[in-house]
Structure formats: structure tokens, C-alpha cells
Write a protein that binds this ligand. Structure first.
Ligand code: PEP
Length: 248
């Protein structure tokens, strides 16, 4: 199934990096079957687009508001992100769901705003350590899928990132068996809801992906790429992850 899709390595810089950090895009490897996206902080979007010119690397934002404009101090809208030349936006990251009290319906509205601005939404979901310990992982994922994924989703405008919260920034990567179980579940739900379109949607894993574990994670047929936090900040770490994905 994966053979039909281009793979995707997306870097989430979170609240890290100033303009000088963008120089790393020049040190990322050329790829054959893998798209590469960097999501720097919002003030770097335009400069990121400039820095990535001619490299094939896409630039994305880390969040957007659900409205196109208005009295929302401090927020940025999807049309503004597109206007800066970016083509992607992360929505529903667990740090937004937790730190900014975003609910599934907020995430869905943000994804719809992204679609309206011709951006591809990288929509994150995943369970907490407590939810996994209580054996509720698949129920949580099912609720997030039905609550946050818009009906207008396609294989072009939506990428899903499964990010177990307990694996983000902790070094505690999910095992290939855990990733397989959840990715297979998500894939089955997507196909049930969207048919062939659901089979074509890219499904990323995120949570402590590093050069040393990337090849094992990418060995699964149902992993179409990775959303990478800490290891996307330097070419030294992100380049081998991209290379491992491209070779998988
Ligand atoms: C993330 O922020 O989406 C993430 C997966 O972070 P890390 O790779 O640092 O765990």
C-alpha cells in the first residue's frame, strides 16, 4: 500500500530556532521517494520559504486559527501562512491540545481552515500514558479520528500523525508492534470512512524518532513517514532520519 504514496519527513521545531537555524535546510539530503517539510516558528515562515527555495523542501506552520481574520490577538490564520509561501500546517499537536485546551472540534475547524487556504494539514492524535495503561488507546484514537478529521479530507490535503503523548520529547519511543497496531487501526478507520481516499492518506509516526531508531520504525508498511521534534533541529540528526525513510 505504501508503495503508491510518497513518504514524508516533517520537522516540528516547536518554539526553537532563529533565522540562523534555517541554514540547515541546505545540509539535508536529496531524496527520491520522500517529501521533506520543516515547520519553524511563525516568525520564520517567510524566511524559511526563502531559505528552502530550489531545494524541494516544503515549509509549514505549527498551528493556525480556525478563522481567516479577526480580533484574535496573537493568533495566525491559514491564509496568512499560505501568503508567507508555506504549504503545510500542523494542527492538533498534543502540546496545543494540552497547553491551549484544544478539543477535537477545534482541531477539525483548524484543519478545515487549512483546506480552505489550500494548505495540507498535518493532523496529530495520540493517547496519554494513563490512557495506554488503562488499555484505552484504540478507543481514544477512534474518538480523535471521528471528532477531528473533516469530511472534506483527501489524500492531498490531510496527513495524519500518530504521536503517543508519552513518547514526545521523552526518548521513550513506541515499539514497532505498538506503532503497527495503532497505524493498522487508523488505516482501517480511514478506509471505512473515505474508501480509496483513506487508503491514500499518509500516516506518520511521531515521538522520539532519532537516527538510531528510524530504520526500525520505517520498516513497517503502514508507516509513511515521521513527524520529528527535537531531532529535526539540526541536519546532523534530521539528515540520517530522512535518509532512512528514503531507503525504506
Ligand atoms: C513532536 O513534537 O511532534 C515530536 C514528535 O517531538 P520529539 O520527536 O522530540 O519527540
Amino acid at each position: 500500500m505504501r508503495a503508491m504514496k510518497r513518504k514524508l519527513a516533517a520537522g516540528n521545531w516547536k518554539m526553537n530556532g532563529t533565522a540562523a537555524a534555517l541554514e540547515m535546510v541546505r545540509d539535508l539530503p536529496e531524496t527520491h521517494s520522500t517529501d521533506v517539510v520543516i515547520c519553524p516558528p511563525a516568525p520564520l515562515l517567510y524566511r524559511g520559504v526563502e531559505a528552502a527555495k530550489g531545494t524541494g523542501i516544503g515549509i509549514g506552520a505549527q498551528d493556525c486559527h480556525s478563522e481567516a481574520k479577526g480580533a484574535y490577538t496573537g493568533d495566525i490564520s491559514a491564509p496568512m501562512i499560505a501568503d508567507a509561501g508555506a504549504r503545510f500546517v500542523i494542527v492538533g499537536h498534543s502540546e496545543r491540545r494540552e497547553g491551549h485546551a484544544e478539543r477535537d472540534r477545534d482541531v477539525r475547524s483548524k484543519a478545515e481552515a487549512a483546506f480552505a487556504a489550500n494548505l495540507t494539514a498535518i493532523l496529530c492524535l495520540g493517547e496519554s500514558a494513563e490512557e495506554r495503561a488503562a488499555d484505552n488507546t484504540l478507543d481514544i484514537i477512534a474518538g480523535q479520528l471521528s471528532g477531528s478529521i473533516p469530511d472534506a479530507s483527501t489524500a492531498q490535503n490531510l496527513v495524519i500523525a500518530y504521536e503517543p503523548i508519552w513518547a514526545i520529547g521523552t526518548g521513550a519511543v513506541a515499539s514497532p508492534a505498538q506503532i503497527d497496531e495503532v497505524h493498522d487501526f487508523i488505516r482501517a478507520r480511514l478506509i471505512r470512512r473515505f474508501g480509496d481516499t483513506g487508503a491514500g492518506m499518509r500516516l506518520l509516526y511521531g515521538g522520539s524518532v532519532k537516527p538510531g531508531n528510524a530504520a526500525d520504525i520505517f520498516a513497517s508498511d503502514n508507516v509513511d513517514g515521521a513527524l520529528v521534534g527535537g531531532a529535526s533541529l539540526s541536519a546532523k540528526d534530521f539528515a540520517p532520519i530522512i535518509a532512512a525513510l528514503d531507503a525504506s
